[in-house]
Design a protein around this ligand. Structure first.
Ligand SMILES: *[C@@H]1O[C@H](CO)[C@@H](O)[C@H](O)[C@H]1NC(C)=O
Length: 163
């Protein structure tokens, strides 16, 4: 029995860790909230291209400066970049006041490093008035639910196999 317990505890822990990691580039948020689209590359002072699923221009970063000049109009005034983070290879952007139509894939490309990071954004309707505020709580809830799901499956599977 103690072996079984130990196995279960390890399994649950591993499931949780794996789920948390695989969710890194999946962000869920509510309409009108701001969402951080992560992009971590190696190297600083690189040309970086943020594009959406239709290859529309969200932001271009050149010579350590954000260049909004050819930005698609649907992103006008809604994208914030963090130049003080560029030297760390952090090219994350903040997409503000998300709309339902913002759901989908986003790409951060760093051609020189042959690097590409994909972020999947899911916009899930309006936050209920009674819900607590933080923007990241939806993401955390997603992780927790996924982990619970995995935990349930593992418990069920384990019971099946051990009988
Ligand atoms: C990247 O920069 C953003 C904006 O300052 C910050 O919120 C985020 O935590 C940074 N990511 C890392 C991994 O440092």
């Amino acid at each position: 029995m103690s072996d079984l317990m130990r196995f279960s505890v390890i399994y649950v822990f591993v499931s949780f860790s794996l789920t948390a990691v695989s969710c890194q580039d999946q962000v869920t948020c509510y309409i009108r909230e701001d969402v951080l689209l992560p992009c971590m590359s190696t190297g600083a002072d690189l040309a970086v291209f943020w594009r959406d699923k239709n290859d529309d221009n969200i932001l271009t970063i050149k010579q350590s400066k954000p260049d909004y000049s050819s930005q698609h109009e649907k992103f006008k005034g809604r994208v914030e970049s963090f130049p003080d983070q560029y030297k760390k290879g952090n090219f994350s952007i903040l997409l503000k006041k998300v709309q339902q139509s913002d759901s989908g894939s986003y790409y951060c490309r760093v051609p020189k490093m042959k690097f590409e990071q994909r972020v999947q954004v899911t916009v899930t309707g309006e936050r209920a008035a009674t819900s607590p505020a933080p923007g990241s709580s939806a993401h955390i809830t997603g992780v927790t639910l996924n982990s619970l799901h995995l935990t349930l499956i593992s418990v069920i599977l384990f019971n099946c196999c051990s009988t």
